[in-house]
Design a protein around this ligand. Sequence first.
Ligand SMILES: Nc1nc2c(c(=O)[nH]1)N[C@H]1C(S)=C(S)[C@@H](COP(=O)(O)OP(=O)(O)OC[C@H]3O[C@@H](n4cnc5c(=O)[nH]c(N)nc54)[C@H](O)[C@@H]3O)O[C@H]1N2
Ligand SMILES: Nc1nc2c(c(=O)[nH]1)N[C@H]1C(S)=C(S)[C@@H](COP(=O)(O)OP(=O)(O)OC[C@H]3O[C@@H](n4cnc5c(=O)[nH]c(N)nc54)[C@H](O)[C@@H]3O)O[C@H]1N2
Ligand code: SF4
Ligand SMILES: [Mo]
Length: 683
Amino acid sequence: MSTTIVNGVVRSVCPFDCPDTCGLSVTFEEGKIVKINGDVDHPVTRGAICNKVRHLHERVYHPERLLYPMRRIGAKGSLAFEQITWEEAYNEIAQRMRSIIQKEGAQAILPYSFYGNMGVLNAEGMDRRFFNRLGASQLDRTICNAAGSTGYGYTMGGSIGIDPEDTVHTKLFLIWGCNLVSTNMHQTMLATEARKNGATIIHIDVHRNRTSAWADQFIHLRPGTDAALALGMMHVIIRDGLANQHFLDQHTLGFDELAAEAERYTPDYVADITGVPAAEIEELARLYGTASPSFIRIGNGLQHHDNGGMTVRTIACLPALTGQWGIRGGGAMKGNSWYSRLNGKQIERPDLMLDPDVRTINMNQLGDALLDLEPAVKMLFVYNSNPAVVAPDQNRVRAGLLREDLFTVAHDLFLTDTCKYADIVLPATSHFENLDLYTSYWHLYIQLHEPIMKPIGECKSNFTVFKELGLLLGFEREAFDITEEQMIDEALDSRNNPLLSGITLKELSSQTWMKSGGQTLPPVTSILPTDSGKIELYSERMLRDGYSPVPTYTGLSEPETFPFLLMTGPNHSFINSTFANQDRMQKLEKEPLLHMNAEDAAALDFRNGERVNVRNDRGEVEIKLRVSHDVLPGVLVTQGLWWDDQNKGHQAVNTLTPQRLADMGGGATFFSNRVEVTKLASS
Ligand SMILES: Nc1nc2c(c(=O)[nH]1)N[C@H]1C(S)=C(S)[C@@H](COP(=O)(O)OP(=O)(O)OC[C@H]3O[C@@H](n4cnc5c(=O)[nH]c(N)nc54)[C@H](O)[C@@H]3O)O[C@H]1N2
Ligand SMILES: Nc1nc2c(c(=O)[nH]1)N[C@H]1C(S)=C(S)[C@@H](COP(=O)(O)OP(=O)(O)OC[C@H]3O[C@@H](n4cnc5c(=O)[nH]c(N)nc54)[C@H](O)[C@@H]3O)O[C@H]1N2
Ligand code: SF4
Ligand SMILES: [Mo]
């Protein structure tokens, strides 16, 4: 495809960390993008996209986009930079790397990245290969779904759910800890279609939000108590003879052990834990026990808690109890990345690692890693991520970034809060400028993205930066002197995933998207990647890993020093901290709000709209209060990962969140966060 389109409409893919991975239809006039729509032919996008991406061209042509490399010339964080050439930037980075490797060893270098761009080549391709070959410390990429995926995996063997396209046949939806309307809009479209055929949609959440308003029913529970609710449902289903014994005998392991545990989760006991009235628990359980096909969409919200892994593990057992797997539109989903898993070994090349036992650093503990770790981190290389805003315990992260003896490289499209602390800032292309391959962690289509425009300014893709740095450092030409097309071929090598067979670069370039496994997937129960090949209601593997082998409920761990539990989730108009620097999206969101229950506000003599101080031992934030019954007493919610300057000079929410890890997978605990709220000193 030509990269100099003058007039016309071309296909693209949405690159953001969003389950929907939409097909886009981009209109050019006189060489510039003037309109972005959803691709009407894409089987899941079906012509609809979110408001954020409908205005993506404003981001791509934004006047503040970084256009050339820069070097810091003032104090860290002072925003004093000078323009340099790529050659100067590469030489300085390479020289630093060589001298750190010589003095401290390569493990003193730490990459820090996530999925600012989901393209395989640019997010988990040449970058991973580069840092493997360099011998850098490994980064454990745990910030998003690690606890929940691990928990789900104990039950189901991996990130394997039902094909979302089948949910048009579903009769009962449980949208559990997922703000679907904001974070997975095409699942909302599919569920709305099912609703026209009589489906009921129930939202189970700690916050009455946009998704609750769209759903038919709302179950309002206390944070971190979902495993108890699921066990209470199991109790009623088993007690009332609604379990599907035939399915349980054929496809599961450990029903008797699970039933013994569920025995004590009576509706009254569960009501005490969750705050959901016992009659409501009975009704939900009986509805779930009798509806078919039923589908549970498990979100990320409930797994950003101390007990998040076990919570998701527990909910994932429910569809087996009523024998939903194998019925079209029945089952569950936390994520579906198992189906489209690419050949990671071929692209990341762990075989190039000099020391396979090099240390691994959990990205949720960046603050501690920068401040306390021995041997110290001496170079941090950030790309596809904005840790100064998104990582927990931000005061510690920023204190680490201010260290004089830390050399930081940040590669981004904008001068983010993280870039402000960098020694070298590198300008990144937008995905429109790159050749890449996209998989979704929700639907099953693999999509090729051919560049639709030339790089703006001197911007370079992650692929190019790590390829060129590798060649400068004299790394093997066989691994680094390759093209994007070659890496796509490596990624699509289907030896480890037969569902990819027939999906090739050549086919993709004529079809644009292809479905993993073709049009019909084998039933989940026939391909379960668990040790036993069955759904594991009892798990030997969990026992070996030090967990209760059957689902169970444990409370949150933070000592109750402070009275409120604060949930700090994403908002509607940003994607994590992406888009938070764009006028249009800021205007839509206005400013961050702190949702508080009216009884709590009355007890503290707070008025709706007043600015308050939220604090704990990690930090403090000033924020505007929104008083309502949208949260239960003792619970607070704020949405959106705002940048510093948008937060009116005050610190952002991750100042308050802990580096403590969840029960499984090294996951983050952004939502298990205790705080107190006080009047502003001046008011
Ligand atoms: N618009 C938009 N879309 C996005 C993103 C974005 O920032 N903005 N981010 C993307 C990314 S990276 C991700 S991971 C996903 C996340 O999207 P979701 O999976 O929807 O996860 P969250 O929005 O973090 O939380 C979902 C819900 O969980 C609730 N919740 C919190 N604690 C609990 C609890 O203990 N129990 C229950 N039942 N509910 C609880 C919150 O109130 C929230 O409504 O969205 C992706 N899509
Ligand atoms: N309090 C709280 N914190 C959270 C969450 C929460 O719910 N609450 N959610 C967590 C979750 S689920 C996630 S996934 C993380 C997300 O954390 P991040 O992945 O760090 O997400 P973003 O804030 O979107 O930052 C991505 C950055 O990558 C840049 N970028 C985009 N494309 C490219 C590219 O091609 N090359 C380079 N070099 N850069 C690029 C973008 O401009 C942006 O600055 O945040 C986590 N943090
Ligand atoms: S952010 Fe999500 S919903 Fe919006 S266009 Fe991208 S993939 Fe689609
Ligand atoms: Mo995420």
